[in-house]
Design a protein around this ligand. Structure first.
Ligand SMILES: [Zn+2]
Length: 524
């Protein structure tokens, strides 16, 4: 189990799951919990048993299906209702029976919330906290308290907010997490309040939302002011603007502040884990996410390229390998030979000066026609193999393709695509149906190739972007399509450019499949 002196507490499965568009099944929650345990967090908040049947089931299945190495599960719930004993409250019973070693109780610490939302007296609220904490402690569970709206409560009535904290600590709560529930705090004011709370002698934690864009900064400020327990969510998930991004918090504290929070080896898995969690949540990964985003260490070469070639550390704040990420060079029409050579090196090719000159010319020529390689790494790698190494691998060749878009009498619009391909000496004809022409083509290509290349079943088209580029000097506008594909471990993007949108999509799709096959280890 993790060191108890400083807690990394994840609340992805409870607070993070409040994010708009995010819906987790019990199996999803179990899968995410395994990933978080792999990272080495100390606590995983699984949900609210008793209040939500899915969460009750999560805790039941966790007992047999989760074999946690680092983390302990925490059950989230409220203090008892007003006017009943904690021992007699069925929601408190659900927490007791969850099997979780830790219970995190949410309690009101803002006087107006007690009166308006809870509709009870300030004294009864304190009694509810005292009674519920001591009851669960006596039953053998460890108790943390989430002091809801603590910062707004402190602004409204500091004496009462601190009284809540003292009451919980005296009743046996081992941590009082101060929650910036509305997410409106800024680091300096927040630090003053955390300092005042920690001065009571109670152990304090911090729970921040990102409504001011300061959730991570606020968390770090709270740690500086005395908090020894940080809460957050994987990839910054959460309602509104999200919760503090736990990955950023952990990387900052461990790599910049010398905290020993998770094993160094696990930190090197963080990029993979962040990505694996997006596969479960089905939320498009944020490429600009600090530390773990695909763009987090991507450089738009140009002026910097020659210096990066000499010493990459001059242009990045940490060695990306510490969090399992990579430096990437972006190839653009602003880039010269140095960046193309650097990019080649990154891909494992030592380019001669002739080869790199030739490649720069191809890139410039294609970019003048509307291609972009900055956002289409995989297309660039295929181009490099094609023009320089003279080894563009053909896993299949295309005889023809055709798409029909039909508006049926019912009003439904459907597409049907037929592809005719040659692969491994066979001629394959396959038909796919989809809600749009690209979807239908994608299905037809897979159907055609999956028998010969079963790994394609694990490749998914996850994003599709279309941009119309202005025509110049009387020429027609052209269409640029960017497709992002993904397998279990990475994403890659390909580009297609044509006057016809379906042709542009096809180019990007064909490259996406070719690149997927290269990744799967098919060299020819
Ligand atoms: Zn919250």
């Amino acid at each position: 189990m993790a060191d108890d002196r400083f807690h990394v507490y994840d609340t992805t499965l409870r607070d993070g799951a409040q994010q708009e568009g995010l819906n987790l099944t019990v199996a999803d929650k179990l899968a995410i919990a395994r990933q978080l345990d792999g990272l080495g967090v100390g606590f995983i908040e699984g949900g609210w048993p008793g209040a939500n049947p899915k969460d009750t089931e999560f805790f039941r299945r966790a007992q047999t299906e989760l074999d946690l190495k680092h983390a302990q599960l925490a059950a989230f719930g409220a203090t008892r209702r007003a006017g009943v004993k904690a021992a007699d409250d069925p929601l408190v019973a659900a927490l007791r029976e969850s099997g979780a070693p830790v219970v995190t109780l949410v309690a009101k610490s803002h006087d107006r919330h007690v009166e308006l939302a809870l509709r009870t007296t300030l004294q009864e609220n304190l009694a509810m906290i005292r009674d519920t904490v001591s009851h669960l402690r006596a039953e053998g569970q460890r108790v943390f308290l989430d002091a809801e709206h603590f910062f707004d409560g402190y602004a409204s009535n500091p004496a009462y907010a601190l009284e809540v904290l003292r009451t919980a600590a005296e009743a046996g709560a081992s941590v009082i997490a101060l929650c910036d529930t509305n997410g409106g705090m800024l680091p300096d004011e927040l630090a003053d309040v955390v300092h005042a709370a920690a001065s009571t002698g109670a152990r304090v934690g911090i729970h921040c939302h990102d409504d001011t864009g300061c959730a991570v900064a606020n968390t770090l400020a709270a740690v500086k002011a005395g908090a020894t327990h940080v809460q957050g969510c994987a990839n910054g998930y959460g309602e509104r603007s999200g919760n503090a991004n736990l990955f950023t918090v952990v990387a900052n504290l461990q790599l910049k502040k010398g905290f020993d929070l998770v094993p160094a080896q696990s930190l090197r898995e963080m990029t993979r884990i962040a990505h694996a969690i997006t596969e479960v949540t089905n939320v498009t990964p944020n490429s600009h996410q600090p530390y773990v985003g695909t763009s987090a260490f991507a450089h738009k070469a140009g002026l910097h390229a020659s210096a990066i070639k000499i010493d990459p550390n001059l242009y990045q704040h940490i060695d990306p390998a510490q969090v399992g990420n990579d430096m990437r060079m972006l190839v653009s029409d602003m880039a010269g030979r140095a960046s193309v050579e650097l990019k080649g090196k990154e891909l494992g090719y030592d380019l001669s000066s002739d080869q790199s000159r030739q490649l720069v010319e191809r890139v410039k020529e294609l970019e003048s026609r509307g291609h972009t390689f900055e956002a289409a790494d995989a297309s660039f790698e295929l181009l490099l193999r094609d023009t320089v190494a003279g080894e563009r691998r053909r896993h299949f060749s295309v005889e023809s393709w055709r798409v029909i878009v039909e508006r049926r009498p019912s009003g439904e619009v459907a597409s049907e695509a037929t592809v005719k391909l040659h692969a491994k000496g066979e001629r394959i004809v396959a038909t796919g149906e989809g809600n749009g022409p690209v979807n239908a083509l994608d299905k037809a290509v897979r159907l055609a190739l999956e028998k010969l290349y079963p790994e394609l079943a694990g490749v998914e088209l996850i994003d599709f972007k279309v941009r119309i580029l202005e025509g110049t000097h009387g020429t027609d506008a052209i269409t640029r399509v960017l497709i992002t594909s993904s397998d279990a471990t990475a994403d890659w993007s390909t580009v297609g450019v044509a006057e016809n949108i379906v042709e542009a999509s096809w180019q990007a799709l064909e490259q996406a499949v070719t690149y997927g096959l290269l990744r799967a280890g098919y060299s020819a």
